[in-house]
Design a protein around this ligand. Sequence first.
Ligand code: 13P
Length: 248
Amino acid sequence: MPTKLAAGNWKMNGIAANLAEAEALATALPAPGCEVLICPPATLIDRLSTVLAGSPIATGGQDCHAAAKGAHTGDTSAVMLKDAGATYVILGHSERRTDHDETDADVAAKSEAAWAEDLIAVICVGETEAERDAGDALSVVATQLAGSIPEAATAANTVIAYEPVWAIGTGRVPTTEQIAEVHNDMRRILSDRFGAEGAEMSLLYGGSVKAGNAAEIFGVTNVDGALVGGASLKAADFQPIVEALAAS
Ligand code: 13P
């Protein structure tokens, strides 16, 4: 069975005062019943991992550079994320693909860099609304999977997150049929390419996941968890999502 993972992506939100939310979550869920991950902004990774030490909640980055070090002003390497206490890193989020023109090849190179430091890569894919309207959702996701995941991917070093761009931060969620269609296709593609490793890889859904829709989404075949944005910022919002996953 793929590992169940509830992952929070704080995006560019959070200062030191917000660490209390992660602490509250760790206190409320001493044995969550699934993997739990919080990916704060880079400035908080070190402090968050310290706050969460000894708890079952992991800390992750939101991006890394493909190089280990060098003249790349403003960037953060996988070496640095690991040094700060991260064990996961989100890669190829649609906001980075849009804001920073990241390509599938960039995401693949970053994944290799993450694995070199034993970080688990959470590789994100997902179609825009225009692509879905054109009937291209499955082919867009297939192309992103083919280009963004390096050959050495395993169920232990890689998690895939399907995040339709039009569902991120909008309150619009695909139907369970639409989620199932994409997730079943991703499973087929990953199993064809990676065999047993592809069959075991965790597949997360992301985009407007809330306490009120989490259980329904976790009931969809081949959904092994969620990548949660806004609803991961407050312990009171994220806790019921984690509990819904553990109960699924
Ligand atoms: P929201 O949960 O805020 O829609 O964000 C989803 C997302 O982009 C997580 O990476």
